[in-house]
Design a protein around this ligand. Structure first.
Ligand code: HEC
Length: 188
């Protein structure tokens, strides 16, 4: 058994959400007729959003690792990301809101066409190369969020930034439209 196969098998066993629970049973009762156009997912699998939280964490670590020249750690996290996009997301319960038909093909494209460039950049141990690949990768993250009608989940381009981006959106400058200061101004 290869190391990655072993790891995947170990994950099957230790992931708490893979243990059938009352919640999973309720999901069978409530899930009939949902996602009728897509392949049925295993009821023991995790939710798409949970896997995505992990994706966010790992991608954030890639950026933070590279800003400290920890290229091995970055390469490890990129490898793990590849396993999530090529594997775990395929059996994750699809989001209940927003379009989902594009998810499997976009996840495959991400694993096969986007991540290898980032992995290659990390192997060069050149921060500038990783910076460029990271920016390109984060654009691909955001493309899928937009296609999923979740454009508000913004993956920042900058290495080392927290994911997702929760920085305040600054008010428009030099605009003639008055910004109401209090809720009672809205009535006028
Ligand atoms: C194949 C499409 C797709 C790609 C590619 C993708 N995402 Fe997502 N992501 C989603 C969807 C769909 C959701 C919303 C899941 C839900 O509704 O529960 C999401 C949600 C998230 C969330 C919020 C999770 C939560 O529940 O709080 C984060 C963080 C995130 N993605 C990070 C990333 C990062 C970082 C990348 C790139 C490395 C990425 N995503 C690439 C589809 C994608």
């Amino acid at each position: 058994m290869t190391r990655s196969a072993l790891r995947a098998t170990a994950r099957e066993f230790i992931h708490p959400n893979r243990i059938p629970t009352v919640a999973a049973f309720i999901a069978i009762l409530g899930g009939c007729g949902r996602n009728a156009t897509t392949e049925p997912r295993s009821i023991r699998s995790v939710d798409y959003g949970e896997e995505m939280s992990l994706v966010g964490r790992r991608f954030e670590l890639v950026g933070k690792a590279v800003t400290s020249d920890r290229f091995e750690l970055a390469a490890f996290e990129i490898d793990e990301l590849g396993e999530i996009f090529a594997g775990a997301l395929r059996s994750a319960n699809l989001p209940k809101e927003g379009p989902t038909a594009h998810l499997d093909s976009m996840a495959t494209a991400f694993a096969e066409q986007v991540l290898p460039g980032l992995a290659q950049a990390a192997r060069t141990r050149d921060r500038k190369s990783v910076e460029e690949a990271f920016e390109h990768t984060s654009e691909a993250c955001n493309d899928c969020h937009q296609a999923s009608k979740k454009a508000f989940i913004v993956v920042p381009h900058r290495l080392g930034a927290d994911i997702p981006d929760v920085a305040a959106i600054s008010p428009p400058k030099n605009t003639s439209i008055p910004v109401p200061r209090a809720s009672h101004d809205l009535d006028k």
